[in-house]
Each structure stands twice: as structure tokens, then as C-alpha cells.
Design a protein. Structure first.
Length: 221
């Protein structure tokens, strides 16, 4: 029979550190998705217009971000840039790498959404006197965001899990805080179980909020 005593007292003593790590995980995830979204929208538009410098820049970004490991991208942001004299703090390196990664995946998600909106809607908006920017922000993008809502949430959860790679370069997010705590107490099982539960709860929380938002969107539709 398995005879193991789970030391809750050890976990409880380190709980503030774990909660702070969870807060930092949520912060990094949210910021990287926000930055990634702001970059992905222009990339998606450039990818939908074949030819020109913008198309090739966007294609290179998407191909690199989607076909290299997220860990490699983090290493390049932290160690690679540091090797050529560009020193970036570990937190900023993680944020930059995750934003780069998110932007590539989101660009393809948005590109599919934009392609699914009939081109006649853009033409109609322009004929009514809207500028190209107004046509996209007031007519095209609102429809796109509804269409890509669930793929966007999937990417959000993926960004949450990828943030754990920050522990490799010393970022004290949830995984980093867990490693610090278990190194001081040597209670590996307890801390990894609690950390896994925290990741699970955060992910389920995101899914719950997403379902509520989807219900409202469908109700309005």
C-alpha cells in the first residue's frame, strides 16, 4: 500500500509565494495576448494581400512563430539578444517571446475570420463613405471577433501554459515560484500537485468566462 503523508502545512506556509506566482502568470498571459492581438490584426491584413513587402514580412513572422518551439523563442529573446549585447530582463524577454508567438498564431486565426466575411461588406462600407480603417473597425472586425472567439480562447489557454516556460530564464511565475518553494522545503510532490491545481483552476476559469461571453454573443446574434 502507498504510505505517503501530504504535508499541507508546508504548502500553506508557501502559499503567498505561489499565489504571487499565479498572479504573475495571469499578468504575463493577459499582456502577451493583448500585445499579440495588436500585432496580429495588421499581420492578418497584410497576409490577405498577396505581394508587397508587408505580405512577406507578415508571412515570415507567421512562419517563424508557428514553426519554431516557444522555448526556442524565449531563449532567443533572453540569451540570443544578450549574446549580441542587447540585455533584456527575464520578464520582458518572456513577454516579448510569448507576444511574438501569440501574434503568429492569432494572425492566422484572424486571417481566416477576415476571409470568411463577404468582400461585399467592405465594399458597401466604403461606398457609404467610411474610410478603410473605419470599414474594418466598425464592420469587419466586430464580425471577425465573433467568428474566431473560440479559437482565440484556445490560444489564450495555450499562452497560459506556455508562460510556465518562463521559469527556465528565472521568471517567478507559477512554475518558477513552485520550483523555488520546493527547493527550500524538498516537498516536490506537494508543490507540483498544488501548482497543477492552480493551473487547472485558472484554465477552467477562463473557459467559464468564455462560455458566459459566448452565450451573450449568441444571444445578441
Amino acid at each position: 500500500m502507498l504510505d505517503y503523508t501530504f504535508y499541507w502545512s508546508v504548502v500553506w506556509a508557501k502559499l503567498p509565494i505561489l499565489l504571487d506566482g499565479a498572479r504573475r502568470t495571469i499578468e504575463i498571459t493577459a499582456l502577451s495576448m493583448l500585445i499579440g492581438t495588436c500585432i496580429a490584426l495588421p499581420l492578418a491584413l497584410m497576409r490577405n494581400r498577396a505581394g508587397g513587402v508587408g505580405y512577406y514580412v507578415a508571412t515570415a513572422w507567421v512562419e517563424l512563430s508557428r514553426n519554431t518551439p516557444a522555448l526556442f523563442q524565449i531563449y532567443m529573446a533572453y540569451f540570443g539578444l544578450g549574446a549580441i549585447g542587447i540585455d533584456i530582463p527575464s520578464y520582458a524577454s518572456l513577454l516579448a517571446a510569448l507576444s511574438f508567438n501569440n501574434a503568429g498564431y492569432l494572425a492566422e486565426i484572424f486571417r481566416g475570420g477576415i476571409a470568411s466575411v463577404p468582400a461585399t461588406q467592405y465594399a458597401a462600407a466604403r461606398s457609404l463613405g467610411l474610410t478603410a480603417m473605419q470599414a474594418y473597425t466598425r464592420v469587419i472586425f466586430p464580425q471577425v471577433f465573433v467568428m474566431v472567439f473560440f479559437p482565440y480562447i484556445n490560444q489564450l489557454n495555450w499562452a497560459l501554459l506556455n508562460s510556465s516556460l518562463g521559469s527556465i530564464i528565472g521568471v517567478a511565475e507559477l512554475t518558477g515560484a513552485t520550483q523555488t518553494s520546493l527547493a527550500e522545503s524538498f516537498r516536490t510532490f506537494e508543490f507540483f500537485v498544488v501548482a497543477a491545481a492552480m493551473y487547472y483552476l485558472i484554465s477552467k476559469g477562463i473557459s467559464f468566462v468564455a462560455r458566459m461571453l459566448a452565450w451573450r454573443l449568441m444571444g445578441r446574434g
